[in-house]
Design a protein around this ligand. Structure first.
Ligand code: FAD
Length: 269
């Protein structure tokens, strides 16, 4: 499929990108791994694509006990950061390694993934389990909102018009924590049929987040048995995996992720 005619502009900096995005049907282009396919299918028909891929929004750093991921950080970038190998953050690299193929991991970005908000995408569950928030910039200024509030529904977020995701921020879990991401990949796309991300804290407290089951990734209520919580969750089914199969799969993935995260937490004590 060939996309509809579209104009292209490369933004020089974030301010320039926001000015260009004032055009009503303009769209930012990061790695293009999700935007170009939907343009080719003509599901999305922007009048202007604003290339933000070279903006200074790429990289990982730790500051004041927080981990900051630039919006343009690619999956491959994440795999090269030594600090992300610590037990509490291992879910991030585990997830990045499972995404797509080499080309997708080289081009696809964290920011692009959360804005595209595919219900089967992997990283939202991991970032929810790690209590991440989204950093946004528009001509009105900067704002930071919890990822759980940013993800509104399938392919829908709280991103405003003329607004850019500049990054993700999350608190570094305390010493003695471990995280893990376990998914069943769809054999054709690699996206998650279901995926479970878990953070286990030093006193066994845990956060469990799931993807691939509902319109958007979500966190299971605290202190409730995961199997019981999933019984009352409205889970979708399709020709690849029925609702009943996905529900059972999710329970198994949660168990595996909990086991792995607890082992990592133990190693960190
Ligand atoms: P783009 O395609 O450039 O943009 C996506 C959307 O986000 C667009 O609407 C764009 O306007 C908007 N956008 C991008 N950046 C910003 C920003 N900073 N601020 C505001 N809006 C922005 N994903 C998985 O989770 N798991 C997989 O297994 C997986 N497999 C894949 C396999 C293939 C073959 C392909 C093509 C993709 C796959 N993906 C998978 C998707 C991949 O992870 C993409 O990287 C990601 O979904 C989008 O990132 P991108 O940088 O390419 O975004």
């Amino acid at each position: 499929m060939i996309p509809a005619p579209v104009r292209y502009a490369r933004a020089a900096d974030v301010h320039d990108a926001l000015v260009l995005l004032a055009e009503p049907d303009a769209r930012p282009l990061a790695g293009g791994q999700s935007l170009l396919p939907v343009m080719k299918l003509r599901i999305v028909r922007p009048s202007l694509v604003v290339d933000i891929s070279r903006l200074d929004l790429r990289g990982v750093h730790i500051h004041n006990g927080e981990l900051h991921l630039g919006a343009l950080t690619t999956w491959d970038d994440l795999l090269r950061v030594e600090e992300l190998r610590r037990p509490a953050l291992s879910a991030i690299t585990e997830c990045a390694a499972a995404i797509g193929d080499l080309q997708v991991r080289n081009r696809g970005t964290v920011g692009g993934s959360i804005v595209h908000a595919d219900p089967a995408s992997d990283i939202p569950a991991v970032l929810l389990a790690l209590r991440a928030a989204v950093k946004l910039r528009s001509p009105n200024g900067d704002r930071v909102i919890p990822l759980a509030n940013f993800l509104v529904g399938p392919f829908t977020t709280a991103l405003g018009a003329q607004e850019l995701v500049t990054g993700i921020v999350l608190p570094i879990p305390e010493q003695g924590s471990g995280s893990a991401y376990v998914s069943l990949e769809h054999p054709a796309s690699g996206f998650a049929v279901a995926g479970a991300a878990v953070l286990v804290g030093p006193s066994e407290e845990r956060v469990i987040a799931l993807t691939g089951l509902t319109g958007t990734a979500f966190v299971l209520p605290e202190g409730v048995d995961p199997a019981r919580a999933l019984e009352s969750t409205e889970i979708f089914g399709d020709r690849f995996a029925s609702t009943a199969y996905r529900r059972r799969l999710a329970v198994v993935l949660v168990e595996r992720a909990l086991e792995r995260a607890a082992r990592r937490a133990e190693e960190d004590r």
